[in-house]
Design a protein around this ligand. Structure first.
Ligand SMILES: [Fe+2]
Length: 408
């Protein structure tokens, strides 16, 4: 249910992030059997961070005993998979519930989930789907103030549960996830502790998220991915460059990618360098097969946008191929694109760059300003390397001298 009829579709926002858990989620209608809250004096992003990294498992004796210390559990082979938009999933593991004496779980499972399996999906900005063997927990947070948040927890079973099965699911959930469970209060402690650690007046005021372990379970790539989305998607001002996400290998059969702002920036700047060099083939090699190129400018005199060029890939190739036959200004151009904003959604990055173009005289070497404007680029992220899918050059400069055939 969405209260806004004009909201984009859920699929367009989360892409394939939840696909990993869809077989289990769609197997049977679920039913919520627990709902409870906790109110913490911390920032809600720090709580979501706790669900986005598992080095903190070290503080859970339950997880140490049932997973970390069991070489055959596959615990250390769990991998993060990152999705555009700040979402992430964590690979499954076989939990040795019986290792924790007297609080082990039943053999009751969940349709399509491997026996004693555990899957987790974090959706940006603050929803977590946590499926542990027989119970699905869905977390969501309601920020009230920078350091005040209500946590909402829901535990779900299946609508088809008999009273006996439902009772068993509750018992399973209670082992770790009830307010009296073995792990629940430790997570609240961790989230609150992080809030205290970085609060104003605290000495450090910074969190170091530098653990890189090839995107395996103690890598902090999930947290970095979440916070990188915050710094990119919500700031209108030029963003602070964040550390790029570690490259992530996709599990077999899973459609995934790594959002890497540096690669997107290098693509935008790379197109400028190749155009500066008149390396047309090199430029086209950076463009998608469905590339579209458009140049517009606004004319206040007529209060209208002017579309000066609008071509698909084949037309651009023809356009470039004909350049030697045209009379073009001989003085070379130098394009300077400053990437301002990268917003990722559904395997596409929308990139806004300021554009300044200079022209340097072959005779004497004097440089003049040629044009200013913006690049509005669309970058395709669903392949091995980012590719330029569309470029809209919006020029502020409307007096372009003569011989302006070159792509900008
Ligand atoms: Fe935890």
């Amino acid at each position: 249910m969405n209260l806004d009829d004009n909201a984009p579709s859920l699929k367009s926002e989360i892409g394939a992030a939840l696909d990993y858990m869809l077989p289990e989620l769609e197997a049977e209608p679920p039913e919520t059997f627990w709902y409870y809250q906790a109110r913490l004096k911390t920032n809600f992003k720090l709580i979501h961070n706790t669900n986005s990294e598992f080095y903190h498992d070290c503080l859970h004796v339950y997880n140490r005993i049932t997973g970390m210390l069991k070489p055959d559990s596959g615990y250390f082979h769990r991998r993060y998979t990152l999705f555009p938009g700040g979402h992430a999933s964590v690979g499954s593991v076989t939990v040795s519930y019986d290792s924790y004496k007297a609080t082990g779980r039943s053999e009751l499972g969940w349709p399509h989930l491997a026996p004693k399996g555990w899957k987790l999906v974090d959706l940006f900005p603050c929803i977590t789907f946590n499926l542990r063997t027989s119970v699905l927990r869905i977390d969501g947070y309601i920020p009230l103030a920078p350091n005040d948040v209500i946590l909402e927890f829901r535990a779900l079973g299946l609508k088809s549960d008999t009273p006996e099965i439902r009772r068993q699911r509750e018992m399973d959930a209670a082992v770790i996830w009830s307010p009296f469970g073995r792990k629940f209060h430790e997570d609240l402690l961790a989230s609150s502790g992080r809030g205290i650690a970085v609060a104003k007046g605290s000495q450090p005021m910074y969190g170091l998220q530098a653990r890189e372990e090839d995107a395996t379970i103690h890598d902090e790539v999930g947290m970095r991915h979440h916070l990188a989305e915050w710094s990119g998607a919500w700031d209108e001002a030029p963003r602070i460059r964040t550390r790029p996400s570690a490259s992530v290998r996709a599990p077999p059969g899973e459609d995934t990618m790594t959002v890497n702002r540096i690669e997107v920036e290098e693509l935008v700047c790379g197109t400028c360098l190749r155009l500066d060099d008149k390396d047309w083939k090199g430029f086209l090699a950076l463009c998608d097969e469905k590339f579209n190129y458009k140049v517009t400018a606004y004319a206040p005199e007529i209060r209208n946008d002017m579309t000066w060029l609008d071509r698909d890939r084949a037309e651009v190739e023809e356009f470039i191929g004909m350049l030697p036959k045209h009379n073009t200004h001989p003085n070379p151009l130098t394009r300077h694109a400053q990437v301002w904003k990268v917003k990722v959604a559904a395997y596409r990055a929308k990139v806004v760059s300021s554009l300044q173009i200079y022209r340097t005289a072959l005779n004497g070497g004097a440089t003049e300003r040629f044009a200013v404007g913006k690049h509005y680029d669309t970058v395709a992220l669903d392949g091995g390397q980012p590719r330029l899918l569309a470029r809209h050059v919006e020029l502020d400069t409307r007096d372009l001298d003569w011989g302006t055939h070159l792509p900008l």
